[in-house]
Design a protein around this ligand. Structure first.
Ligand code: NAP
Ligand code: MG
Length: 495
């Protein structure tokens, strides 16, 4: 019998009211059931919001450095349990152990950063335009934070949202992706063990439409932080406008790596392999397009196809695996649909193109690393997110053309350019329309203390990570203290 996991609501671990559950399976071996989780809905969301609301006053009045101390303990526990958490994450969503270890490490780094933020949370003091008057701004928590996360970074993304939410004094209702409920459950257990008041952190499992929608619509939820697809993000933005909630959206990408003719080709090769096929291409920052200078095209493509063809598919827990499975059958279907679209558009399939079911991969959602060449900028496979191990290669003849092609998408998350020309590097930093630009590095990879997010339809202007995210989880209050003992009218008595 597989283990039965629960929601965490009102300070208790409980089943869904209906008693119904859903299964979580290992994508590398779909016969392995990791556990069953409660199929929840609006009733559980209501109870979770009530709990978070009840916990808010005591938590907002807890000194921020004390809130930060608890997050430091969270980081310590995650450090001690890193390998175990990572192994379970590989079992539930498939990416290789090195990457799930990195995912947990990103959470640990975010915990320690958030812990110290409890000792900053700066406001401003500024001079008043009037005599004997004092002006300052202070930061206040907002209230109940609704957190909705995807499955591809099951620990890092929830920590990016929940740590800043908590250290700023908000309480939380967390709806994780249905494909990674185990990592979310472990995370909430750790928060409670470290000392977060149990009613302040609520976990509600269940489908996006059943749990996410009532959370977004709830009038007592003050903000939503969402990472996921652009289509769901847009619907959240619309629904949330009814209650005028604050909404942070981190959405899709169609990231490109430019390789100019003066680039270090070996370095660019390592970059594109890791960028396109790491996490089986299921990263918001994955390299989905290679924009390659015609002068180095033949040489580079030979290097690339031969290396990509030698990548080993398999269970992410095996140390010799380069590429794990996709997360589920839906993802395989989406990738297959786009491979059909690419062929119909006239692109040339240079490598892969099919699901992979050989040997030890027989019972898993594996897909071959796939490369399309002869892709033109107007093709759908050059513009739309695929979210799988599929690389579209476009050819250019100049730096200017490369930038034009790169910007020709509605997304703007990450980007990369390989060149040794310092002038091109600086122009790229200025002209690429993206939230992230790497010079001589691949499109993927974040650091906990740097802002993370994108432009255009990748988001709505907020950033996660670093110092900026703390703005999202607080409101500014302007405070004026008049110690003149008389009525002073700004703009009137002084001018
Ligand atoms: P998704 O389908 O949009 O799901 C994301 C989360 O939203 C899941 O928890 C999902 O629940 C929930 N959800 C689904 N429908 C909802 C609704 N109507 N209302 C409220 N919540 C709803 O995205 P995904 O396929 O899991 O993740 C892949 C996408 O995320 C890609 O587009 C990728 O680029 C993007 N992503 C972006 C970033 C970034 O930082 N920009 C990072 C990672 C991923 P269920 O799991 O129950 O369906
Ligand atoms: Mg699973």
């Amino acid at each position: 019998m597989s283990k039965r996991y629960q929601n965490h609501i009102g300070g208790k671990w409980i089943d869904a009211v209906s008693g119904e559950t859903f299964e979580n399976r290992n994508p590398a071996n779909w016969n392995e059931i990791i556990g069953t989780f409660p199929s929840s809905g609006a009733e559980e969301v209501n109870a979770a919001v009530e709990s978070a609301r009840e916990a808010f006053d005591a938590w907002r009045l807890t000194p921020a450095p004390e809130r930060g101390d608890i997050l430091r303990r969270v980081g310590d526990i995650m450090t001690a349990r890193k390998k175990e958490i990572a192994s379970n994450m590989t079992r539930e969503m498939g990416k290789v152990l090195d990457e799930t270890m990195g995912d947990v490490q990103e959470g640990i780094d975010t915990a320690y950063y958030a812990a110290t933020e409890g000792r900053r949370m700066f406001g401003h003091t500024v001079p008043s335009e009037l005599h004997n008057k004092f002006n300052m701004s202070v930061r206040r928590p907002i209230g109940v934070a609704g957190i909705i996360t995807p499955w591809n970074f099951p620990m890092a993304i929830p920590t990016w949202k929940i740590f800043p939410a908590l250290v700023c004094g908000n309480t939380v209702v967390f709806k994780p992706a249905s494909d990674t409920p185990l990592t979310a459950t472990t995370f909430v257990e750790i928060l409670i063990e470290a000392g977060i008041p149990p009613k302040a952190i609520n976990l509600v499992h269940g489908r996006g439409s059943a749990v996410g929608t009532p959370l977004v619509n709830h009038e007592n939820v003050d903000l939503i932080s969402f990472t996921g697809s652009t289509v769901v993000g847009k619907s959240i933005s619309k629904s949330a406008s009814d209650t005028l909630k604050r909404v942070s959206l981190e959405l899709g990408g169609k990231n490109a790596q430019i390789v100019l003719d003066d680039a270090d080709l070996e370095l660019a090769l390592e970059g594109v392999l890791w960028g396109a096929f790491g996490t089986t291409g299921q990263r918001c920052t994955a390299t989905s397009r290679l924009i390659l200078h015609a002068k180095v095209y033949d040489r580079f493509m030979e290097m690339l196809t031969s290396r990509a063809a030698s990548l080993r598919l398999g269970d992410g827990l095996q140390s010799d695996t380069d590429v794990g499975p996709m997360v589920n059958q839906d993802q395989i279907d989406t990738v297959q649909r786009y491979i059909g679209i690419g062929k119909d558009e006239g692109a040339k399939l240079a490598l892969g193109g099919s699901p992979y079911r050989e040997g030890a991969c027989a019972d898993g959602w594996f897909h071959e690393p796939t490369i399309f060449t002869e892709v033109t900028p107007e093709m759908r496979i050059a513009k739309e997110e695929i979210f799988g191990p599929v690389l579209s290669v476009l050819t250019i003849n100049s730096f200017e053309e490369a930038i034009q092609v790169l910007n020709n998408t509605k997304y703007g998350l990450s980007s990369s350019i390989y060149t040794n020309d310092v002038n091109c590097a600086f122009k790229a930093m200025r002209d690429i329309e993206a939230g992230i630009t790497y010079i001589n590095g691949p499109t993927i990879g974040a650091e906990a203390h740097m802002p993370f997010g994108g432009v255009k339809e990748t988001g709505n202007g907020h950033r996660e990570g670093g110092w900026e995210v703390y703005e999202f989880y607080t409101e500014t209050k302007s405070v004026f203290v008049d110690y003149s003992g008389k009525l002073q009218r700004a703009q009137i008595d002084n001018y």
